[in-house]
Design a protein around this ligand. Structure first.
Ligand SMILES: [Ca+2]
Ligand SMILES: [Ca+2]
Ligand SMILES: [Ca+2]
Ligand SMILES: [Ca+2]
Length: 360
């Protein structure tokens, strides 16, 4: 038995997440070309009980992350080694996920604060927390059926499984391999209209991110009981049991693009896009100015306008004929009040809107 002392280690450095053009094959096997390009990140920082050692025969875990501009997805490969696998959660069950559960915490704009839909506080949903629970398949088999719960207020649960464009878990004897593709949403997230708050991933984007594994090793215990959390970041003692619900303690992830193929400038210089499209503005939320990118597959009469929540037009950003291609415009909102604003793109017969939040 080898005890590794993580009490004096910390992973507060920013995790660099490279852009890849070769996408993973979702089969629960991590031999894809894109995974070869990136370093493993540790999943071995214990925080419950605080300060305990990680025993290598009890648990080891690690993950890799990459992203792609065109699919607009964050890809994760996770490898867990656990001496005793305890499953039991099925989507739709009403049980608290006290089994072997993978957790993913993501804060798109690194705003910090609570992840929960908290007692009617509209500002509380600043980050997402996914408790991934499922029934483990037989050794050598895979499953794509899972729950990705967040827990709000008192025992109120919401399953965000639809935030995962792809998900697969393959089970080995004492090892689990997950391959996942995650959509990223901002703080304006509305469960009834999630696409409105979907965020375009871009080079140099910085997000709050932590991954954790809750280890339960007692199959007989009823009710099931988790013994330890192993996280990708070290947490200060005063915060060790708040980490799952408070994005202030998340780690930092930065999207990078070393291929140089997808910067905004190169997009403009490259081929004409296939469809009309209005991208999510960035940054969003923003506090003075923000950039809006839109795609025109052909020369069009373009009108890009800004409305406030009452439907009043407050600004006209573009009103002219433009060539086909990738366009962007910035909006300086220094004279406008905090609130939700709607961008409306009209290009020929095409029309669409996108929601944004200005915070002073
Ligand atoms: Ca694969
Ligand atoms: Ca274990
Ligand atoms: Ca946030
Ligand atoms: Ca276990």
């Amino acid at each position: 038995m080898v005890a590794r002392d993580f009490a004096n280690t910390t992973q507060d450095d920013t995790v660099m997440v490279p852009h890849v053009t070769q996408l993973p094959v979702f089969d629960g096997i991590g031999d894809d070309e894109c995974w070869e390009e990136v370093e493993w990140q540790t999943l071995g920082q214990v925080w419950i009980p605080y300060g305990e050692f990680v025993l290598s025969d009890d648990f080891s875990g690690r993950y890799k992350a990459v992203w792609n501009y065109d699919t607009n997805l964050l890809y994760l490969l996770v490898e867990i080694r656990d001496d005793v696998l305890v499953d039991g959660y099925r989507p739709g069950d009403d049980n608290y996920p006290d089994f072997d559960v993978l957790e993913i915490f993501i804060d798109e704009d690194r705003s910090g604060g609570l992840h929960r839909i908290d007692y009617g506080d509209e500002n509380a949903e600043n980050a997402f927390s996914y408790h991934i629970a499922l029934d483990f398949p037989e050794v050598g088999e895979t499953t794509e059926t899972f729950a990705a719960m967040d827990i709000a207020g008192f025992w109120e649960r919401v399953d965000y499984a639809d935030h995962f464009e792809h998900f697969i878990l393959r089970r080995y004897e004492h090892k689990l391999v997950y391959e996942m593709a995650l959509k990223v949403y901002d703080d304006t997230y509305d469960h009834d209209n999630p696409e409105a708050s979907r965020v375009q991933l871009t080079p140099d984007k910085i997000m709050g991110f932590t991954m954790a594994y809750c280890d339960n090793d007692d199959k007989e215990a009823y009710p099931p009981r988790r013994e330890k959390f192993y996280g990708s970041v070290w947490v200060p003692e005063y915060a060790y049991n708040s980490h799952w619900k408070n994005a202030d303690y998340f780690g930092v992830m930065k999207l990078i693009d070393e291929s140089g193929l997808v910067s905004a400038e190169d997009k403009i210089a490259s081929v004409v896009p296939g469809d009309f499209r209005l991208m999510q503005n960035y940054p969003n939320p923003f506090n003075s100015s923000t950039t809006i990118e839109y795609h025109l597959p052909e020369a069009s009469n373009v009108r890009l306008t800004v409305y406030d929540v009452t439907g009043r037009e407050v600004s006209v950003l573009v009103n002219e004929r433009q060539s086909g291609g990738y366009h962007s415009v910035s909006w300086n909102a220094s004279g406008f009040a905090t609130g939700v604003y709607i961008f409306k793109l009209q290009a020929g017969e095409f029309s669409t809107t996108m929601k944004s939040v200005l915070i002073k």
